[in-house]
Ligand binder design. Structure first.
Ligand code: PLP
Length: 481
């Protein structure tokens, strides 16, 4: 028989079981690894052969190389002591859904290239509207709808492109953008908005960063003043991104006030709730999205806090026609029986790439496995754990909170210089016991502690607090010496 070099079905079965076992062991033992990879730049590269193998090898050998060469360079995002940035949670059901998506190998660029890929996504996005108490305008049964994008950055880019076309009567798609369009967001918004305005041809010079109040939320009166100043200068205000849960401090922009200003001046309101949006699973936290019914578009990342592995950014629009008209192209080779149908979406017109993975599967697996109640349980637990931590910080006079900690992100610092706080963070991260990141608030170096990792329990938060106190003690003592 001709040697094809393919994995046989039996080899695939065996290797697949070994890999799932490997992952199950990994999740069971993830606490044993230093959370932050303890390698220097270039170490992993240096351990890899420069030349590719000429002959194939068996799967066990591949796993051996994974263990010896790759694992030392992994920072363990799935560790319960991962408190840095915002999380990128991978749970077992989401991993299985993603594996299935890879295995089916569907490229869902058109409804016809796999109807289930489109229709499951439409259904799951409608489920999310119900699960999160989002405005009904985002439902596919009306004029809106949701789509899964790779990232919040892409979601906001699509919002800006649709806003640009709406503002210019779809002329900038034809002639290029000739008007001096101006976009707005707060000084605390994610850097992706700046990148997006560059990509969309708006120009960074035409992005206004509106100042914030003492809680780091956008000041709507300054937003309106900026619009009026720009109009007087002959410019064309067209878009604002408000944030529900900023990256630095989880601040919440006042959507209602911002939305009213948008209606008055005819601006597109995009709401970026990348991490905090998941909190709305619990009715008691939905106040953070009050005013969302005024938004033209909305995004949250299920790949952050909704236990669905990266990438899975959920983007909703109230008027899908504007979005799809902005991004529509239909060459002859993509024409098919469903094009132009009212009952199904052609998702290729909802984002920049043509090709699309079957991402809805993993979200569907997650929602079916946990149910709304299971997801609510974890969100509530994270917030409860974070609030315990807030209490400990408040009780210890050596520390101070640097921002309101209303949900699951705590921004705080030692009452000491920036250098001491930097050293505290460096020591804790180097210890491998936990992983933290930082920001700068009111000009001061600030530690961020985000409780949102799938497997984090009370003992991990307690251990983290003990580590803070011990290192702080050592640092403050050495400062006095
Ligand atoms: N918006 C906010 C508020 C974020 O915190 C982040 C990332 O942390 C982003 C946008 C960008 O997310 P993504 O990596 O999905 O583009």
């Amino acid at each position: 028989m001709e040697k094809t070099f393919h994995m046989t079905s039996q080899q695939f079965r065996d290797a697949g079981k070994q890999l799932i076992d490997w992952l199950a062991d990994y999740y069971e033992q993830v606490e044993r690894y230093p959370v932050l990879a303890q390698v220097s730049p270039g170490d992993i590269r240096a351990s890899l052969p420069g030349e590719p193998p000429q002959s194939g090898t068996d799967f066990l050998h591949i796993i051996d190389s994974l263990n010896s060469k790759i694992m030392p360079g992994i920072t363990h995002w799935q560790s319960p002591s991962f408190f840095a940035y915002f999380p990128a949670n991978a749970t077992e059901p989401s991993v299985l859904g993603d594996l299935l998506s890879s295995g089916l190998g569907v490229q869902g660029m058109l409804w016809a290239t796999s109807p289930a890929c489109t229709e499951l996504e439409m259904s799951v996005m409608d489920w999310l509207v119900r699960m999160l108490g989002l405005p009904e305008t985002f439902l596919s049964s009306g004029k809106g709808g949701g789509v899964i994008q790779d990232s919040a950055s892409s979601s906001s880019l699509c919002a800006i492109l649709a806003a640009r076309e709406r503002a210019t009567g779809f002329r900038s798609n034809e002639d290029g953008c000739r008007e001096e369009l101006v976009a707005y967001t707060s000084t605390q918004a994610h850097s992706s908005i700046e990148k997006d305005v560059k990509v969309a041809g708006i120009g960074r010079r035409n992005l206004r960063l509106i100042d914030v109040d003492a809680d780091f939320a956008m000041r709507p009166e300054l937003f309106e003043k900026a619009i009026e100043d720009d109009k007087r200068a002959g410019k064309w205000p067209f878009f604002v991104c408000a944030t529900v849960g900023t990256t630095s401090s989880l601040a919440f922009d006042p959507l209602e006030a911002i939305g009213q200003i948008c209606k008055k001046h005819k601006l597109w309101l995009h709401v970026d709730a990348a991490m905090a949006g998941t909190a709305a699973l619990c009715p008691e936290f939905r106040h953070i999205q009050k005013g969302l019914e005024l938004a033209d578009s909305y995004c949250f990342d299920a790949h952050k806090w909704m236990f669905t592995n990266f990438d899975c950014s959920c983007f909703f629009v109230a008027d899908r026609e504007t979005l799809t008209r902005s991004l529509d192209v239909l060459p002859e080779y993509l024409r098919n029986q469903a094009a132009g149908s009212d009952t199904v979406f052609e998702y290729r017109n909802w984002h920049v790439p043509l090709g699309r993975r079957f991402r809805a599967l993993k979200l569907w697996f997650v929602i079916q496995h946990y149910g709304v109640k299971g997801l609510q349980f974890h969100v509530r637990r994270h917030v409860e754990l974070a609030q315990s931590f807030v209490g400990w910080v408040r009780e210890d006079s050596r520390f101070e909170l640097a921002a309101p900690a209303l949900l699951n992100l705590i921004c705080f610092r030692l009452k000491a210089s920036d250098e001491v706080n930097e050293e505290l963070l460096r020591r804790l991260n180097r210890s491998g016991k936990l992983y933290l990141s930082h920001t700068r608030l009111n000009g001061k170096y600030t530690i961020r502690f985000c409780v949102a990792q799938t497997r984090t329990e009370l003992r991990h938060v307690q251990q983290a607090w003990d580590a803070f106190r011990n290192e702080a003690e050592i640092l403050l003592r050495s400062e006095k010496v």
